[in-house]
Design a protein around this ligand. Structure first.
Ligand code: GLA
Ligand code: ZN
Length: 695
């Protein structure tokens, strides 16, 4: 049976291709807009994000609105088959607004209010800001929510949590805490405030973490971060309300960022109709981009976006058509890389490829940022041709719209855990490396061409064969039981050192680590050793171990000293006073298995170990075999009838990829349906999208 999600907008059931567009910067330049329309069609662009920072052009004085230019833009789009994601303009405020209502400006952690300037410099609590946003959003909705060109609302821009410490925000924080804890007594216990005499005796004493005190109260820090997410959600709700009131059918999104730590993106799943993000990989970054390191990290980010809304296709809202102007070095994309990196998003579930920006601005801080149309103004550029190639490819991929990825493996990337483990003051304060650890646990699957969902502890585990929870320091209520049921029912659970240490308010578990995971894993972790940079231990595989792994691997940075309590030992440490003690264990529990990897191990361990796990758990790599050339990735989207297999070469040379020995044939969708079987040749930065019957 064919299974598809509906397109982002029923008005535009195709792959969307386009860019952020700021025609308001060019209103005094006759002919530019008309030329833009011509070039948009020429480059096969069919969607533009407009209005993102246009507040002052829409409301030059308080209460005086100038929508005529926007009318013209949207009407002309509609006449030319171009759609629009229409933004609410709140990402930057007009000077009149800051001048008249200073409270709208953010107050920093030293309780000093920012001056006017920059963007993203507003308080999410400020009643004045919310009121002004409500007015402009209402006007926009009344005028454009039913416009034929408008297919979605782009809320503000790259919300970053605000981290405002003004009186309004303090009051909101206290209210949030009162709702969560009820009494000060509960709060004091949850935050362990008898430590250093931090006990609060009146609610008015509770304030956001300050630069002087931020190290001490871990429970408070993690709650502040949760509050920031909730405040942002509340702010987004306020932005969205006037829009949905006029036309609830226009889908709403807000653009997320790469690896962004400040907001728990999973919490946005209900407020957004679809997710989207802005992707700016540092391709061709020498050592940093070796054999697909950057590609695997970007893949992980795409997978987060798709996973947030349970597999629903997302949008690549921004990416650069050539270079950025804010990375350390502004590197051009080498030939092929633009198509490859654009379609990588589609491979992971995006139904759009969009850029920042359509036309390079003439002045100010982004005048040298890559754009589809450069200062030269015409289409005879390498970048314009690259962009047109993507437009052509997307036309060929139309039938993929709405299809998704159905991974059998999930890797956990839990924001609460991320915040807590980095705040812990524990075994390695020079860098606990949470994100790097998640990457190191995602990478082997990427190398094998095994699709992965990225989840947090609120997700249902039952649809996965394998769940990997790297460094799950914080285990929230109920998660231990969830894992127990998952493994009992036949699942494979893998976790590591420094897991099961604290509860949801950052209080340690009493009675032995890894706390609520102890029973399922069948071990007790007594101590953990931090290793200096350059120091090593080793993990020596036991003869005849059940996974069939051999030899030894390097262990670095963190080594847990554990005891088995029912688990079987697969490997032991090779050095130091804990030589011979268990370094890798498995516990058979119900019909499943729970693995404990006690140390931080080298990349070859990661690959070899997870290859065995994939095999043992019966997970199928996209191309049947897990042996792909280094730097090549394969993933797939499916509607249940057809699989669309994306094979992508992120290595630094041409590659030949085996498509399976069973002689299966595929249709190459980027090459007029040419039939491919046996092996596939991929040029440097090459990509093929191969269609086959679903398995
Ligand atoms: C972000 C912003 C854009 C622009 C780009 C530049 O993604 O959302 O407005 O500044 O960065 O890369
Ligand atoms: Zn504030």
């Amino acid at each position: 049976m064919s299974k598809k999600f509906p397109p982002i907008s029923s008005k535009a059931p195709m792959m969307l291709h386009g860019a952020d567009y700021n025609p308001e910067q060019w209103l005094k330049y006759p002919g530019v807009f008309e030329e833009d329309i011509r070039l948009m069609k020429l480059s096969k662009c069919n969607v533009m994000s407009v209005g993102i920072f246009s507040w002052v052009s829409l409301e030059p004085e308080e209460g005086k609105f100038t929508f005529e230019w926007m009318d013209h833009v949207l009407d002309t789009f509609a006449e030319n088959g171009i759609y629009a994601f229409l933004a609410t303009p709140s990402g930057a405020r007009p000077a009149w607004l800051s001048q008249k209502y200073p409270e709208v400006l953010r107050t920093n952690e030293f309780r000093v209010r920012n001056l006017h300037g920059e963007r993203h410099n507003h308080c999410y609590s400020s009643p004045a800001y919310r009121e002004k946003v409500k007015i402009i959003n209402t006007k926009l909705a009344e005028r454009y929510a039913n416009h034929p060109a408008v297919i979605g609302w782009h809320i503000s821009n790259e919300l970053n949590g605000g981290h405002c410490h003004c009186d309004y925000c303090q009051e909101n924080f206290r209210e949030w805490l009162k709702k969560k804890y009820g009494t000060l007594e509960e709060l004091n216990h949850a935050w362990w405030t008898t430590f250093w005499s931090h006990t609060f005796t009146d609610w008015s004493q509770v304030e956001s973490p300050s630069p002087r005190g931020e190290k001490s109260t871990h429970g408070m820090n993690v709650d502040w971060k949760r509050f920031i997410t909730d405040l942002t959600l509340d702010y987004v709700r306020a932005e969205v309300e006037p829009l949905r009131k006029v036309n609830p059918d226009v889908p709403v999104t807000t653009n997320f960022m790469e690896g962004f730590e400040g907001l728990d993106y999973f919490k946005f799943k209900d407020i957004l109709d679809f997710t989207c993000w802005d992707s700016y990989p540092t391709w061709h970054d020498g050592e940093m981009d070796k054999n697909g390191d950057v590609a695997a990290w970007i893949a992980l980010n795409h997978d987060i976006m798709r996973s947030i809304k349970g597999g629903q296709p997302f949008a690549l809202m921004e990416s650069t058509p050539s270079l950025t102007n804010w990375q350390n070095v502004s590197k051009l994309k080498k030939p092929g890389m633009h198509v490859l990196s654009s379609l990588q998003a589609v491979a992971h579930g995006s139904d759009t490829v969009q850029y920042f920006q359509w036309r390079k601005s003439r002045g100010s801080s982004e005048k040298f940022h890559g754009a589809v149309v450069d200062h030269v103004g015409h289409e005879n550029t390498r970048v314009f041709r690259d962009v047109t190639d993507v437009g052509e490819a997307l036309e060929n991929l139309k039938e993929i719209v709405g299809t998704s990825v159905e991974p059998e493996v999930a890797v956990m990337f839990d924001w609460d855990n991320r915040w807590a483990v980095k705040d812990a003051q524990g075994p390695r304060n020079v860098g606990i490396k949470y994100e790097a650890t998640v990457r190191a646990h995602y990478r082997p699957f990427w190398e094998m061409g095994v699709p992965v969902d990225i989840i947090d502890s609120d997700f249902d585990l039952s649809k996965y064969k394998v769940v990997v929870a790297p460094m799950l320091y914080m285990v929230k209520p109920g998660f231990g039981e969830k894992v127990e049921k998952f493994v009992e029912a036949g699942g494979t659970f893998v976790t590591t050192y420094w897991s099961g240490i604290v509860n949801d308010t950052d209080l340690t578990f009493l009675g032995g680590f890894p706390g609520p995971l102890k029973k399922t894993l069948g071990i007790w972790s007594e101590e953990i050793d931090g290793l200096h940079d350059g120091q090593k231990n080793s993990v020596v595989l036991s003869d005849g171990n059940a996974l069939g792994l051999k030899g030894s691997y390097d262990a670095v940075e963190l080594c847990d000293l554990i005891h088995t309590e029912g688990a079987e030992v697969l490997a032991t440490y090779g050095d130091d006073f804990y030589e011979g003690r268990p370094a890798l264990t498995v516990n058979s529990f119900g019909s499943g298995k729970a693995y404990y990897v006690a140390s931080r191990n080298s990349a070859d361990f990661q690959y070899d170990f997870f290859k065995q796990i994939v095999e043992e758990a019966g997970v199928t790599p996209v191309l049947g075999s897990a042996d792909l050339p280094e730097g090549v990735n394969a993933t797939l989207r499916t509607d249940g009838e057809s699989d669309y297999v994306f094979v992508m070469n992120f290595s630094d040379k041409e590659q030949v990829v085996e498509l399976g020995s069973d002689g299966e044939s595929y249709e190459d969708m980027l090459d007029s349906g040419a039939v491919v079987s046996g092996s596939l040749k991929l040029g440097l930065h090459g990509i093929a999208v191969l269609k086959r019957k679903s398995k």
